[in-house]
Structure formats: structure tokens, C-alpha cells
Write a protein that binds this ligand. Structure first.
Ligand SMILES: *Cc1c(COP(=O)(O)O)cnc(C)c1O
Length: 408
């Protein structure tokens, strides 16, 4: 992969591997912080930290403690940003970031197809605080340019690999458009950690839901904001920071667990990608309508290849159009019965998860908008698992396709 200026990049996986913090007694893992508050020997220092961060010093765990700080530092390595702040969920990361960048009267320009929760936040909740959103198709640079032109646009927002349609917007181009209008470019990289490095393409702030691939265990909810030190300090400000004052705090035991899981991400990602690609190819051979970035017919292939680290594969997500909702449901029930995976929202788990976005994770988006963007009523989204014998899982999958009447 190459950065915008053409220089070769160290892989995100290697940057994370080189990040090394020992425990208090030399343990191979960092110590787990066990305090809500921290003692100070010098009252003047306690006074000073309220006004300015002091390196190596912690104040109160609502903002940060050694465990959440270590996780943040490791994720800053992953995204190649100077700093990062771990949060209690992906939505907490998105909401606190956007509220820090906007004020009453601000406008956000957002891709029209984003995660359902993000869409609902922008469409339903933010207008109550005077922050409005213009939804555009981020695959259409002219539409984005036009939307950026009117009013007090503070933020251009998109996902690097969109949920659930797996489109891949041109991040470098969008960064240029945003910066030309003085807006910040915020990218949700949840679907493609280590595959895309939006910061290298010009994004100002990169967000993840750690709940998905990065943690990979579907055992907790967490998020991260990766950005410049100045922005992270702004979030942390004791008198006006959105992280400090809304308190979207990640527990230190969870932070330590996620930190350890992060280190197996590259291996998991390659296996997710290998399995997803195999299923995608087989489904195409069955004559089904499939979208997967590793398929020759993927519409954004050129952009994807320009932005992605080829060592990381094409990711674990694929979609298939079952034609109608009833068929989608019949297929998912059959797949669950034969233990191919679970009918559940979310992604990045070691087992395969499948869901019907139209009736679940994208149901917050109005139906007319879903249809206009190509989110078909029979669309099934797969997060393909780490199955060791993927051929065995495919044999079961194929039987389910017969059973649901999708192949004869
Ligand atoms: C799940 C998800 C989120 C929200 O993350 P939570 O951890 O559930 O709060 C945001 N963006 C995308 C793309 C997601 O898939």
C-alpha cells in the first residue's frame, strides 16, 4: 500500500506488533488498572492537571486510566494517528466526535448509507440540538462537492467500506473536497481495520466500533477515536470536552481484554477474508447476486485496490440478494439449523453471523432511501467466520440454498 504522497507504508499489523508495554512487574501484558481515581503527592500538580494534561499522569478514570490509555495508543499505531481515545461503544465514539466538531447551526455532510445507528443519530437526534445533516452519495464527487458548498459545513462523514452495501468511496478525493471547504473528514473504518488506513488517505479522524473485528469475540461493546493530539486533548478538556463531560468511558478490564485480542487481528482478518472469498466465488457460480470486494465484478475494485493493503485480503463481509424478504429469512433459518452460523446482528465474530439489514441494522433508514441506494429487501449480510474447514461449511450452505429455493 502507498500513502497519498507515494511513500511505502509499514503495515498496520507490524505497527501494532512493535507497540510494546510491559506490566508493572514485567508481565508480558500491560497491568490492568484498578482505580477510579489517582493519588497526587503534590497539590500543585493536581491543580495544574485540570488545565493541561501532564505526561504520565492520570486524574480520574471517567476520562482515561492506564488500561484505556494503552488500548488507545495501540489503536493509534493501527491507524497511524498521533493519538487515540478508547470509548464505551462505537456510537459513543461517533457521537462525542461529531458533537465536539459541531455547534448549533453546524451542518454535517454524510454518506447516505451509513450504519443505521449513525443514520438515526444524524437524522433524528442531532436536529434537536440545531445540527443538521445533508445526506449524499459519497460515490458521486459532484454531489459531495455541491453539498459542501452551502452553509456552515463542519464535517464530511463516511464509512470506508459501507454498511451493508460494501461500497468503497475514494477517501483521498473526499479528503481533498472536505479540506477545500474547511471541513473535517471523519471516516468510520469499522468494516475494514488494517485493510484501509483512512488517515494515510487524508482523513482527519478515524473511528472504529471495536465491538466488531478488532475485538472479534462478540463479548463486549467498545469504540475508539483516532486523531491528532490536539483533537484528543480537546475531547479531554475538563471544562468543555465531550469525552470528559458526557463520560463515554470504557472499563479497564474490558480495555485490557480488547488490547490482547487486537494482536490476533491480522491473522483473523486474513482467515475471515479467505473464507469469505471462497463463499463469494461459490455463490457467484450458483448464479446468485453477490457483492464482495475480492470478486472481479466488484463495482469499486479500482478504488479498493488503490486504498487497501493487499496483504490483508478483502475482508470478512459479503452480501447476497435473496430476491425477497421471505427467501432471505428461510435461508437464514436453514443456515442456523445446520450450524453454519447464527442469525444475529453485528460482525467480526469467530463464527459466521448473518442478518437481514432491511429489517434490522438498517431499518432506521427510511424504506424509500434504502431502495434508492440499492439496499434490496431480500439482502442478506454475512460476516464470515474463521471456520477451519470452510469447504465443509460450504457443503451445508449449498444444501440450505436448495432448501430456501435459491438454487435448483
Ligand atoms: C456497529 C457499528 C457501529 C456502532 O458501534 P457500537 O460499538 O455498536 O456502538 C458504527 N459503525 C459501524 C460501521 C458499525 O458496524
Amino acid at each position: 500500500m502507498h500513502s497519498k504522497d507515494g511513500s511505502a507504508e509499514t503495515s498496520a499489523a507490524s505497527r501494532v506488533q512493535d507497540f510494546q508495554i510491559f506490566g508493572e512487574f514485567g508481565e508480558v501484558n500491560p497491568s490492568i488498572s484498578d482505580g477510579s481515581t489517582f493519588t497526587f503527592l503534590d497539590p500543585e500538580k493536581l491543580k495544574a492537571i485540570f488545565h493541561e494534561p501532564i505526561p504520565g499522569c492520570h486524574l480520574y478514570s471517567r476520562l482515561e486510566n492506564p488500561s484505556t490509555r494503552v488500548l488507545g495508543q495501540a489503536l493509534a499505531c493501527l491507524e497511524g494517528t498521533p493519538s487515540a481515545r478508547a470509548t464505551a461503544s462505537g456510537m459513543a465514539a461517533i457521537a462525542t466526535t461529531l458533537l465536539a466538531l459541531c455547534e448549533q447551526g453546524s451542518v454535517i455532510v454524510s454518506d447516505r448509507l451509513v450504519y443505521g445507528g449513525t443514520h438515526a443519530l444524524l437524522r433524528n437526534l442531532f436536529p434537536r440540538y440545531g445540527i443538521t445533516t445533508r445526506f449524499v452519495d459519497c460515490m458521486d464527487p459532484d454531489a459531495v462537492r455541491q453539498a459542501l458548498e452551502e452553509g456552515a459545513v463542519r464535517v464530511l462523514y463516511c464509512e470506508s467500506l459501507t454498511n451493508p452495501l460494501l461500497r468503497s468511496p475514494d477517501l483521498a478525493l473526499l479528503a481533498d473536497l472536505a479540506h477545500a471547504r474547511g471541513a473535517r473528514f471523519v471516516v468510520d473504518n469499522t468494516f475494514a481495520p488494517m485493510i484501509f488506513a483512512p488517515r494515510q488517505q487524508g482523513a482527519d479522524i478515524v473511528i472504529h466500533s471495536l465491538t466488531k473485528f478488532i475485538n472479534g469475540m462478540s463479548d463486549c461493546v467498545a469504540g475508539v477515536i483516532c486523531a491528532d493530539q490536539a483533537f484528543i486533548d480537546e475531547l479531554s478538556d475538563a471544562s468543555s470536552g465531550t469525552c470528559m463531560l458526557f463520560g463515554p468511558t470504557l472499563d479497564s478490564v474490558r480495555a485490557a481484554a480488547i488490547y490482547k485480542n487486537l494482536h490476533t487481528l491480522p491473522v483473523r482478518l486474513v482467515q475471515h477474508g479467505r473464507n469469505a472469498r471462497m463463499w463469494a466465488e461459490r455463490l457467484v457460480e450458483c448464479g446468485l447476486e453477490v457483492r464482495y470486494p475480492g470478486l472481479p465484478g466488484y463495482p469499486d475494485r479500482a478504488i479498493f485496490e488503490r486504498q487497501a493493503d493487499p496483504r490483508m485480503g478483502f475482508g470478512g463481509m459479503l452480501t447476497m440478494d435473496a430476491g425477497e424478504e421471505g427467501r432471505a429469512q428461510a435461508l437464514m433459518v436453514a443456515l442456523q439449523e445446520v450450524k453454519v452460523g447464527f442469525l444475529a446482528v453485528s460482525l467480526g465474530y469467530y463464527r459466521t453471523l448473518f442478518s437481514h439489514p432491511g429489517g434490522s441494522t438498517s431499518s432506521e433508514i427510511p424504506e424509500s432511501e434504502r431502495l434508492a441506494t440499492g439496499l434490496a429487501p431480500g439482502l442478506v449480510r454475512f460476516s464470515v467466520g474463521l471456520d477451519f474447514e470452510i469447504e465443509r461449511s460450504w457443503e451445508r450452505f449449498e444444501k440450505c440454498l436448495h432448501k430456501a429455493g435459491l438454487i435448483v
